[in-house]
Design a protein around this ligand. Sequence first.
Ligand SMILES: Nc1ncnc2c1ncn2[C@@H]1O[C@H](COP(=O)(O)OP(=O)(O)O)[C@@H](O)[C@H]1O
Ligand SMILES: [Mg+2]
Length: 245
Amino acid sequence: MLSLNGLSKTYGNGVQALGGFTLDVPRGEILVVIGGSGCGKSTLLRLISGLERPSRGTVVINGETVTEPHPLINLIFQEPRLLPWLTVRDNIAFGLADLPAPERDRRIRLALGQVHLEGYEDRLPKELSGGQAQRVAIARALVTQPEVLLLDEPFSALDALTRAALQNHILDIWEESRPTIILVTHDIDEAVLLAHRIVVMKPWPGHIVEEITVDLPGRRDRDDDGVDHYRREARALLGSSLASA
Ligand SMILES: Nc1ncnc2c1ncn2[C@@H]1O[C@H](COP(=O)(O)OP(=O)(O)O)[C@@H](O)[C@H]1O
Ligand SMILES: [Mg+2]
């Protein structure tokens, strides 16, 4: 269980990015966060990851307060942020220096398999497409076997087909190891296809205005009536949150 208790963040320049954000995220939930630009979504993920400290409030995972980057929590950004001079293998191995080589290699193979990139170990980042590079970034996050995966608009720089393929990879990964996933997106379709629950945020300071439980079993199809129902609901809530922002 991940508990976000009254999280607030005021930056040094006085911008209050987040105010009193409170939410419990049960283990294995796919939670999607939507909201206009500037409403504190990235701030929220950085606080959860421990990369940044809240001004007030706490992030608690399994009873432990997060005060620095936590081994059970990994953040994936919009751009892959691979080190250009390292191979795919070495980029993924970066966080595994403490493991014996055979276990490290096993983990790398497993993670590459999860994003369907077997055989790409020796490539350099410049030899990858945008979608492949983002899959390596996901593999790098998976290799430490985190309990919580945070994804900050991870597919927004990719074309529609690649995006759809990566959304499916995320669902494959979830079915395999049931991590808790918190995904920030602008894409309502993506939200409804992936989420167990959607929260809608509003800015100044960032907080939750609405919550939608997406009660659809199993893998979803874009064309299902149920998906269409939630898509309309999410779009309406997002629209009203932007209008009154
Ligand atoms: N490091 C920072 N220093 C000062 N202000 C920041 C910083 N990061 C974000 N902000 C401000 O905080 C607010 C929320 O930003 P952010 O969390 O990036 O929102 P979102 O991801 O929803 O677009 C914005 O007004 C933004 O300009
Ligand atoms: Mg952002």
